[in-house]
Write a protein that binds this ligand. Structure first.
Ligand SMILES: *Cc1c(COP(=O)(O)O)cnc(C)c1O
Length: 445
């Protein structure tokens, strides 16, 4: 047994001052039992806890660490920026650089506004869609998470799911009633809902690959269907790419699947590990925002110079040879020979094959869903295409599996309903070590 004495002491102390001892619920390990460990150091694909235990990390600070932790270029960009001041509240040049990068890399984005979190990005994109269409109702999908704003915290997957109150207390029914929740990957409920709410639906918001209830991918043609039905009904299509943006391709899921949404929400990777979000899209819609238009949105620290520096460094590093799609605006430094996304896909495939074989040879029914470097294994015997499929997974088995691999030095997200992430800092050897740890644990399940 490895010792986590210092972590336990810190957690006991934290419980006295922080509700549940954590600043974001899933971190409390409630979904898997036991106590969280505390980390004070991370480098590459590894995190080190306060007791000195090292783990191969597949959480990657919940997505942002696509280049691994403490990437030297990001650290140096932050240090350089900090020397000149941490916040101005006055326009700064790096905001323009960041906006140009996002607009040139994300296919549908013509204009973009920075925020401080993915929650703010989604909340603001919804307000903008409502203001632009002059309609109140929105459609979201069961198990998709779009941050914790009132109208979006309805059947929101992830933390909300495992804590047993998918509709948070404190959200007035009057707010939530404008949010229509439908099953992911189905078409008939959407047709019926649009027919029953003619000219009332402002937008559909969707995770183009759903990563907050484990992981499920869109069925072929489903995203196309969303695009078509929104156009036919004068509603906007919002891709929440807070997780998938710069994760599945430089241009996100929309590039990978070839769909053009009206608005896109971003976050996680674009902050290089600092707190950032953004939303962008069609210029005529974005110009509805204050100061040009009637939809208000603001932020004291939005476009913060440290966050911009970290994000720009991350995007430039990811840039590599996918330059064709980026156009001329992208700086020369993006012209490099290696393609981060090909590499991430290879590592993902290695993990997928290994995990499938491990489950098979242990005789444990398992489903391994993967899209590029995002993945989730469910202990289930039927394919997982939506939340109700995911709910059939054996969560008791996941708990045992989670703790088994954790004690072997592999850190997966502490919930069945979270995606895992591979970074460019993972090596084949790390993946192999993970697979062999998993194989051993599965045999004992
Ligand atoms: C993480 C996430 C959010 C919320 O972002 P925060 O920065 O945690 O507020 C929104 N949407 C999706 C798809 C996410 O994965």
């Amino acid at each position: 047994m490895i010792s986590r004495i210092k972590s336990e002491a810190l957690f006991a102390e934290a419980l006295n001052y922080i509700p549940g001892g954590v600043n974001s619920p899933v971190r409390a390990f409630r979904a898997v039992g036991g106590k969280p460990f505390f980390v004070n150091k991370a480098s590459g694909c590894r995190v080190t806890d306060v007791d000195g235990n090292e783990y191969i990390d597949y959480v990657g600070t919940w997505g942002p660490a696509i280049l691994g932790h403490a990437h030297p270029k990001i650290i140096s960009a932050i240090k350089t920026a900090a020397e000149f001041g941490t916040s101005f509240g006055i326009p700064n040049p790096s905001e323009v650089t960041m906006a140009k990068l996002i607009c040139s890399l994300v296919p549908s984005v013509q204009k973009v506004r920075m925020t401080n979190s993915g929650t703010e990005a989604c909340m603001s994109a919804i307000r903008l869609a409502r203001g632009f269409t002059r309609r109140d109702k929105i459609i979201k999908f069961d198990g998709c998470y779009h941050g914790h704003a009132d109208s979006l915290l309805v059947k929101a997957g992830s933390g909300a799911l495992t804590f047993g109150h998918p509709d948070s207390a404190g959200v007035p029914a009057d707010f939530a009633k404008h949010t229509l929740v439908l099953p992911y990957n189905e078409t008939e409920p959407l047709q019926a809902t649009f027919a029953a709410n003619k000219d009332q639906i402002a937008c559909i918001i969707v995770e183009p690959v759903a990563g907050n209830a484990g992981l499920f991918v869109p069925k072929p043609g489903w995203l196309e269907f969303l695009r078509q039905i929104t156009v036919e009904n004068g509603a906007l299509l919002i891709f929440d790419e807070v997780m998938t943006g710069f994760r599945l391709a430089l241009g996100g899921a929309q590039q990978r699947f070839g769909i053009t949404p009206d608005l896109t929400c971003l976050g996680k990777i674009i902050g290089g590990g600092l707190p950032v979000g953004a939303f962008g899209g069609r210029a005529d819609i974005m110009d509805y925002l204050a100061p040009l238009g009637p939809v208000y949105q603001a932020g004291t620290l939005s476009g913060n110079p440290l966050a911009m520096a970290a994000g720009i460094a991350a995007l430039e590093e990811l840039g590599s040879c996918t330059r064709e799609s980026a156009g001329d605006i992208v700086p020369r430094s993006l012209e490099r020979s290696c393609d981060a996304y090909t590499r991430l896909d290879q590592l993902g495939a290695l993990l997928e094959t290994g995990m499938r074989e491990a489950a098979k040879s242990a005789g444990v029914p398992a489903v391994f869903n993967r899209c590029g470097s995002m993945f989730c294994g469910y202990f289930a015997s039927e394919p997982v295409w939506n939340l109700s499929d995911a709910m059939k997974a054996d969560r008791e088995r996941f708990k045992k599996f989670f703790h088994g691999v954790l004690d072997a030095g592999v850190y997966l997200a502490p919930s069945q309903f979270e995606a895992g992430f591979i970074s460019t800092a993972h090596s084949e050897a790390d993946i192999e070590k993970t697979v062999s740890a998993a194989a051993k644990v599965m045999k004992a399940l």
